[in-house]
Each structure stands twice: as C-alpha cells, then as structure tokens.
Design a binder for this molecule. Structure first.
Ligand code: SF4
Length: 414
C-alpha cells in the first residue's frame, strides 16, 4: 500500500464509507461535557441530528478504518478484487481525526466501519481500540456508532457495545438466496447469531440498570442493520416482511434501506442500473407505517402490486387506502386513534392534535384545515361535522383525484 498522508486517506476512506446508510444518531442516552468534564456531547446547543431527505444522518465523521478487505462481496466497491485505491488508518489516526473534527465543530460523533483485514477478530480489535481510546483516554462523550464484524469473537462485540452508543451488523441482502449469490463468504446464520448476542447483551444491561444505577450501559442507542435494495431480485414485499422479522427477533432500533449503486468494474451478476431512489424512499415510508402508524407487516405488504412492488408514484399509506377503501371514510369525531392514523395525509402529529381537539368540540372541515397542511388530500377519506365525501371513496379515478398536478399525497403531511 502506498504511503498516504492523512488527508489522502481521509478522502479515500470517507468516500468508501458513503455506501453505508446506517448511521442515524437518534435515540441514544443524554451525555454531555457541559459540566467541564470530558469532551463531546450527544445533544445540546450547536449539535443537531441532521438528516438528508433520504434519511441519512449527516453530522458524524463517517469513515472506514480501511477499505482493504479479504472478502469479495459482489456489490461492494471495497471487495478484494476491486481495482480501487486502498488506504488504512491506524486506530490512533482515527482517534486524532475524531477529536480534531469535534473540536472544530464539524461533527457530533463518529461512525466507524471497516473492510476485513487479516481476520474478523483482528479487524474488530482495531475498531474497539478506537472506541476504547476515545472513551477511556479522552473521555469523549460524543456519539459513537460501530459497525461490528459478525464472525468476530463475541467478547469483542461485547466490548464494542460497552463503548459505543449504537452497534450495527448488516444483513446486507433481504434474502438468504441473495446473500449466497452476492456475498458467498458471508453466512446469514452467523450474522443473525451476532445480532442475537447483541440483543441479549442489551437486555442484560437493561435489567442490570434497573437494579444498579451504576451498571455500565451497553449500546444505549440499540442496534441497527442495513439492507441493500435493488442488487438482487427481492421484491418490496420480501423486504418489508424481512425487516419486520428482524425488528421482532432482534429488537432493532432501525433497519436502513440503501439503494444499490452500481460500482466501477462491477461484477457481471449485478444489475447495470441502480433502482430508482424513490424505491428506497417508499421502503422508508413503509417502515414508518409499521413502527409509528400501527400497520402490520402483512398490511404494508398488501399495499404492494401483484409483483410485490410498492407503487413509486404514491406513498404506501395512500396505496393501502386506495386498495382497502372499505376502511374509509373515517369519522374524525368518533373514530379511534388507530383508524385516524390510517388516513392518507394525516401524520402522527395531526392525529394527536385531532384527538386532543375533539374532546372539546366537534370538528368541522375548517378545524381540520388548521390542524393539517393537506386538507385537499385528506378530504376524500374523512367525515367531519359538515363534510361527508359522498361516493368519493368509490371513484375509480380516486388515485388521480388525490394527486394534485406534479405533487403527490405525502404520508407525513399534516
Ligand atoms: S466484507 Fe464488507 S467490506 Fe468486505 S467486501 Fe464484503 S461488504 Fe465489502
């Protein structure tokens, strides 16, 4: 490997890390240095958890320890056979960079992943060394997200969880079939085994914390995973059902969906084109329906078309409503909260405000207009004191009717 200075390494290793979407920093415990102790913070003045429109977090130093790898996953730009420029940081260099970026207010934390060098254990030791040094030698209190290596010694994964706010292990592909085809050196069973170990450690620490306040925490922001979308033939229905299965079994905080991007010198088994970014967006919306809107995975999957794909031109909540019109219109003055959450165009905030307001008076269309930003989009699906959409929900052209020109009904409007 040619000798590179830190700036050159950073250019290579930050670029190589951009393919990993699983870096959101929400949901961790509060920790700061405002009492003059330590350095960094997971919250407070000057720190924002900024998300790009596609859900990616944008305020962490997001790098790989190295983009060299002994594996040869077809979809990965860092695979062994890839003809890319390689670079490698030492743990000390990553620590110095993190502290220097933090002091300059560029970042609130670190997202660290790595290609596999020498062995899974060796790589994991290096990753843990960075987090240990930041926490123990520099009293760093900012956010740390470590990507763990599934085959690594469970003791190393446990150490990672002691230092990190969040740990993640990528399942990579939505189906075992896809994993075998595109990442033949990876083992779905071992990936899930590692996720189960992390879950058990999180549960143990939570129990210990209930008894002893001083019990050390373990990955307080939980664990997450990432699935690549569009590199194999898995449908949106497959992806939604798989995500739900992972949430249930491993108590994941988040599943991230990353639209496959074609890479230079791509393997012949990969598609030539990336899937539309809107597909990734629709999967995130589907995920929200399961996590915040009370939809079961089966219901969300039912919004897909006959080929198992979510429509791209309308959001999954509207797609579901158009398919299951017997659930509408919903009477905003009487219906339970769960039914309100199913109305296209009503977000959680709007529903909460409707539930609070209707305790005092019967809601009219004007009231709904004040509570939402998308009355025109909501109207076909609701009943208020002065409004009933006669036969509207039976219209064959309701989908077009609910879509203003050039814009579409948004799931989280209102
Ligand atoms: S193990 Fe990770 S870094 Fe290595 S080729 Fe596979 S996906 Fe890429």
């Amino acid at each position: 490997m040619a000798r590179l200075d830190t700036r050159e390494k950073l250019a290579i290793l930050a670029d190589a890390a951009k393919y990993d979407a699983s870096c959101a920093s929400s949901g961790t415990s509060k920790r700061d240095s405002r009492d003059g102790k330590g350095i960094g913070s997971t919250e407070g003045m000057g720190i924002c958890h900024a998300y790009a429109p596609d859900g990616r977090c944008i305020s962490l130093l997001k790098i790989l320890l190295t983009n060299s790898c002994i594996f040869d996953c077809h979809y990965c730009i860092n695979r062994k056979s890839s003809n890319v420029r390689r670079a490698r940081f030492t743990p000390e260099e990553v620590v110095a960079l993190t502290l220097s970026f933090y002091r300059r207010n560029y970042i609130e934390g670190l997202f660290l992943s790595s290609g596999i060098i020498r062995s899974s254990d060796y790589t994991m030791e290096q990753i843990v060394a960075v987090a240990r040094s930041l926490r123990e030698e520099h009293d760093f209190r900012g956010y740390i997200h470590l990507k763990t290596i599934p085959d690594a010694d469970p003791e190393l994964v446990r150490l990672a969880g002691l230092y990190a706010d969040r740990v993640s292990i990528n399942v990579e592909l939505p189906t075992e079939r896809g994993l075998k085809r595109l990442a033949p050196e990876k083992d779905g069973g071992r990936i899930e085994g590692a996720m189960a170990d992390v879950k058990a450690a999180i549960v143990d620490r939570e129990d210990a914390k209930k008894k002893y306040k001083s019990a050390p925490s373990f990955a307080p922001a939980g664990q997450s995973t990432q699935m690549i979308v569009g590199a194999d033939s898995a449908s949106d229905r497959d992806i939604v059902l798989r995500a739900n299965n992972l949430y249930d079994r491993f108590r994941l905080r988040r599943v991230y969906y990353s639209a496959f991007s074609p890479i230079p010198d791509a393997s012949a088994v990969l598609p030539l084109q990336r899937p539309p970014l809107m597909r990734e967006h629709r999967l995130y919306q589907s995920d929200w329906l399961m996590r915040f809107y009370g939809f079961s995975a089966g219901e969300v999957a039912d919004a897909a078309d006959a080929g198992g794909m979510m429509p791209l031109d309308i959001d999954p909540k509207l797609a579901w409503a158009l398919k299951f019109r017997e659930h509408f219109p919903v009477d905003l003055n009487r219906a339970p909260r769960e039914a309100l959450l199913r109305v296209p165009g009503l977000g959680v905030k709007a529903v909460n405000r409707i539930v609070a307001s209707r305790r005092w008076r019967r809601l009219r269309l004007d009231d709904v207009a004040r509570l939402t930003v998308s009355l025109a989009k909501v109207r076909p699906f609701i009943v208020t004191e002065d409004w009933r959409p006669t036969l509207l929900t039976d219209r064959a052209d309701l989908a077009a009717w609910t879509k203003p020109a050039q814009t579409q009904l948004e799931l989280f409007g209102g």
